[in-house]
Design a protein around this ligand. Structure first.
Ligand SMILES: *Cc1c(COP(=O)(O)O)cnc(C)c1O
Length: 356
């Protein structure tokens, strides 16, 4: 086969969910499965999580929510980006729970008939959610719509930095807003933590945690089981004389007679161009440096010191020798971006989830 293979361990996803569920103690452990299950495939990922016992799911958009509803008819499905206009009626018809982020979203939900919804507060991240200063007015205008609110939530900006004092400040701001909302929303549950917040300890758990990256084996959940493995075949090996160059812009020149292996993946497959000359790949447990720039569909590796290498060899891109976060660091980014950039061209092999 000429296609790189992306192996996704659904059993590891299920075990990571259980580990986070144990860590979050009394709180329910929900799963963030936005962006196609962080790039790993919503259908198998959602099935594995449901099989593990997860019942609450978070997606970003209405389209993602509709697709997930088709897979999990009984799950609680939250739309993090909320709803507006026409989308509200569609969300309501499918039994999706919008996270209402602004007064106009609350009004749109009322216009569609209202019902179970979440209220997202901006308690300091400055990205999305109702400002605490707007709550009094919003409660006065929309008391009835918000009476159906099942979850009050906010999001931490520094949860991957346990020592950062902002975590405590954001938590206090969340507490203050919860206190203001309690009389009007006696039955709503509270949620503040994603993966990072779950690791900050019980004070951050409230009733429901919303874990994403930790399920998929990424930091800040350092104890996560790896989920993703990526290997690539060698599609051509060539010998090049000293002084010849390789790739776009001839950024690499052979200093000695060299062997170059060409692999069938590139930046269109999430192997970012920024990785050119910044990272090795792994052959038989040893690192082999890239030679020249990563292109759209191909990358080239200096295999001069790998005497056994042939067109039958398999090269490790992500695996036991180097996880997704180490590759992300080399690319100047985070595991989240590596996963969601994987693209659609890999042969995907799913290792089975164990059911309970
Ligand atoms: C993506 C997201 C999550 C999950 O975050 P992780 O860091 O991947 O655990 C939780 N809550 C909100 C609001 C999000 O946008």
């Amino acid at each position: 086969m000429n296609t790189p293979v992306l192996t996704i361990d659904l059993g590891a996803i299920a075990r990571n969910w259980r580990a986070l569920d144990v860590l979050s103690e009394e709180a329910e452990t929900g799963a963030a499965v936005k962006a196609d299950g962080y790039g790993l495939g919503i259908e198998p990922v959602a099935g594995a999580l449901w099989g593990a016992g997860c019942r609450s799911f978070f997606v970003a958009t209405l389209d993602e929510g509709i697709a997930l509803r088709g897979l999990l008819p009984e799950a609680a499905i939250y739309l993090l980006n909320g709803v507006s206009g026409d989308g509200a009626a569609e969300a309501r018809a499918r039994g999706l729970i919008p996270c209402l982020n602004a007064p106009h979203q609350v009004a749109a939900w009322r216009g569609a008939g209202g019902g179970p919804c979440a209220l997202q507060l901006d308690t300091g991240m400055g990205r999305l959610g109702v400002q605490p200063s707007d709550l009094v007015e919003l409660l006065a205008d929309e008391r009835e719509t918000l009476a159906a609110c099942v979850l009050v939530m906010s999001h931490l900006a520094f949860a991957d930095e346990p020592e950062n004092p902002h975590n405590a400040l954001l938590r206090e701001a969340f507490e203050a807003s919860l206190g203001a909302l309690r009389p009007a929303l006696p039955n709503a549950r509270a949620s503040l933590a994603a993966t990072g917040g779950t690791l900050l300890g019980p004070a951050f758990h409230y009733d429901l945690v919303r874990c994403g990256i930790g399920l998929y084996g990424g930091l800040p959940f350092a104890d996560a089981e790896p989920v993703v493995m990526l290997t690539a075949p060698v599609i051509q090996v060539r010998d090049v004389p000293a002084g010849s160059s390789v790739g776009y812009g001839a950024t690499w020149t052979a200093r000695r007679p060299s062997r170059i292996a060409t692999l069938p993946l590139g930046y269109a497959d999430g192997f970012h161009r920024a990785l050119s000359s910044a990272t090795p790949v792994w052959i038989d447990g040893r690192p082999a440096p890239l030679a020249g720039r990563v292109s759209m569909d191909l990358l080239t590796v200096d295999v001069t010191d790998f005497l056994d290498l042939s067109e039958k060899s398999v090269v490790e891109i992500v695996g036991p020798n180097r996880g997704i976060d180490a590759l992300a660091t080399d690319a100047g980014t985070i595991g989240y971006e590596m996963l969601t950039a994987l693209g659609s061209r890999y042969e995907r092999r799913y290792k089975g989830a164990d059911r309970n």
